[in-house]
Design a protein around this ligand. Structure first.
Ligand SMILES: Nc1ncnc2c1ncn2[C@@H]1O[C@H](COP(=O)(O)OP(=O)(O)OP(=O)(O)O)[C@@H](O)[C@H]1O
Ligand SMILES: [Mg+2]
Length: 257
């Protein structure tokens, strides 16, 4: 981070309650969540299952409303979804009835841009994520890793300022996951979106991020915000370094205390 970077997102005292299914009481899911994101920063969010990580991303995406507090994007309260904040989900959310090319072009077509220009861009993004030759495939004809690459291209082609990623690589084997880390970091280097990355994997969280937000069990609270000092580009061997392992242990100690 440097002095020139500016705050793009402020999560300020966010609280969220959900009704129990029988509506007899409300359950507090998020409690006073607060952190900021600088423009172009990668922030990992880790926390136990059920602590409200997906709910928090949904609020930042504008798909859910906070019951307390506010999320500001460039000093404006978020009131609904916007193409400036794109989501990538754990289970691939491609449209099964559309091909790779149609899935990736979908967002731009809805913006009613010139069709020829759209297809030119789509070709470029298909190439960027290494899906050359798979334009005409339907999602079910792709591997899990290829589906996630298509989902990433579909989100990035909209050139979002903020990329919200909810355990996007959780279903992948470790090899594909490493390949996705490389691809994600290459894309980030090229476009510098701000990324909020939810994961259960502390190692993944530390390897990717500039900052990590550690959440408690439900009701989710912020236990710790930690700056991650490792220089970029980060070699794959970083995960074996003593300083990295020490940080990993201290985050795990927070999670499993
Ligand atoms: N629409 C809803 N109605 C009622 N309760 C909900 C709703 N959505 C989420 N919850 C509850 O909110 C809590 C947090 O859910 P959320 O999906 O945000 O957790 P999470 O941290 O993403 O978990 P995981 O790591 O397992 O994905 C859970 O107890 C869940 O039951
Ligand atoms: Mg979740």
């Amino acid at each position: 981070m440097n002095d020139k970077q500016k705050k793009i997102l402020a999560v300020d005292g966010v609280g969220k309650y959900f009704d129990k299914p029988d509506k007899t009481e409300k359950i507090c899911v998020l409690d006073s969540i607060a952190f900021d994101a600088e423009d172009g920063e990668i922030i990992s969010i880790v926390g136990p299952s059920g602590c409200g990580k997906s709910t928090l991303l949904n609020i930042i995406g504008g798909f859910e409303q906070a019951d307390q507090g506010v999320v500001r994007y460039e000093d404006q309260s978020i009131t609904g979804p916007s193409s400036e904040r794109a989501m990538v989900f754990q289970s691939c959310a491609l449209f099964p009835w559309l091909t790779v090319r149609q899935n990736i072009s979908y967002g731009l077509q809805r913006k009613k841009q010139n069709e020829q220009e759209i297809q030119k861009q789509v070709t470029q993004y298909i190439k960027l994520v290494g899906l050359n030759g798979f334009d005409g495939y339907y999602p079910e004809q792709l591997s899990g890793g290829m589906q996630q690459r298509a989902a990433l291209a579909r989100a990035l082609i909209m050139r979002p300022r903020i990329l919200l990623m909810d355990e996007p690589f959780a279903a992948l084997d470790s090899q594909s996951r490493l390949a996705m880390h490389r691809l994600l970091l290459e894309m980030w280097q090229a476009f510098k979106p701000t990324i909020l990355f939810v994961t259960h994997e502390v190692e993944e969280a530390l390897f990717l991020a500039d900052k990590i937000v550690v959440m408690s069990e439900r009701p989710g609270r912020v236990l710790r915000r930690i700056n991650i000092p490792f220089e970029r580009p980060r070699p794959a061997s970083l995960i074996g370094d003593a300083a990295f392992l020490q940080m990993k242990n201290s985050v795990q100690a927070l999670l499993f205390r």
